[in-house]
Ligand binder design. Structure first.
Ligand code: S3P
Length: 250
């Protein structure tokens, strides 16, 4: 809605055939995945936040968002889920973690999905989940770190505002080391891998509407607060185009 325009893509016959074949494979995998995102949206407001103690920034952000959803992107270990949950709770939004939806629907952990279907299989299901959640309003969606690799995902995320959480490689490494749940980091030198993945994806993450730098000592609450402020500033600088201001007939 407020987002940037995704770069256009030319379509050749070859590309169309490949796309058709991959759509076919995707249908099979997705049928198996039995994706049902409707099980996931939970009312962010349920864990009642005391509105009298609630920082004004969240109240203001909620008003300004007018129900528009938020997509959290960034590297593994950047805090998307933890920060997304706090943000959702503070502004009374539902919260969805695409990795959780994928694992639940495939009935297996992400490492097993990578082993059985490869990264490509995982990405197909991930795209379907993002497509399915993208029409939701009043929802914070935490997307897997690699969701930015697929251009279609960007198209879907433009239904909302996109936030990039950007801690340093060192911080990411400290958070994910010893965690066996990320197949891409099951390598001899996970830190070098983090560096390499970040280098590859940085220009994609940069496409976010809002970038939140994270200092190593900053906790979840601080980052969530900074995210709310970043979003408010972004909306102030990019007010949504109201239908009332559009020329008649468009
Ligand atoms: C991935 C990130 C993971 C998960 C999968 C692949 C990535 O999610 O989707 O292991 O490619 O960066 P988190 O970013 O939530 O860890």
């Amino acid at each position: 809605m407020f987002g940037f325009l995704a770069p256009g893509s030319g379509t050749s016959v070859l590309h169309s055939r490949r796309a058709a074949a991959s759509r076919c494979g995707r249908r099979r995998l997705v049928a198996r995945a039995n994706v049902d995102v409707t099980k996931f949206p939970s009312e962010g407001s349920k864990d009642a936040v005391d509105v009298n103690k609630q920082p004004q920034e969240y109240v203001q952000l909620k008003e300004m968002l007018k129900g528009v959803s938020i997509f959290m992107i960034g590297m593994m270990g950047s805090g998307k889920s933890a920060v997304g949950k706090v943000l959702a709770q503070q502004i009374g939004y539902a919260y969805i973690d695409t990795d959780e939806v994928i694992q639940e629907s495939m009935k297996m952990p992400i490492t097993d999905i990578f082993e059985e279907h490869g990264e490509a299989g995982f990405r197909q299901v991930e795209s379907v989940v993002i497509q399915q959640v993208s029409p939701y309003v009043r929802t914070v969606v935490s997307a897997g770190g690699g969701a930015v690799l697929n251009q279609e995902n960007w198209g879907h995320m433009q239904n909302g505002l996109v936030v990039w959480l950007d801690p340093s490689v060192e911080t990411i490494y400290e958070r994910v080391k010893g965690d066996a749940s990320r197949p891409l980091l099951k390598v001899d030198d996970p830190k070098a891998m983090i560096e390499s993945i970040l280098r590859e994806r940085e220009s994609l993450y940069e496409q976010a509407d809002v970038k939140i730098g994270i200092e190593p000592e900053e906790g979840i609450e601080v980052v969530a607060f900074n995210t709310a402020r970043g979003l408010t500033r972004f909306i102030e600088a990019n007010p949504p185009k109201s239908a009332a201001h559009r020329p008649v007939g468009l």
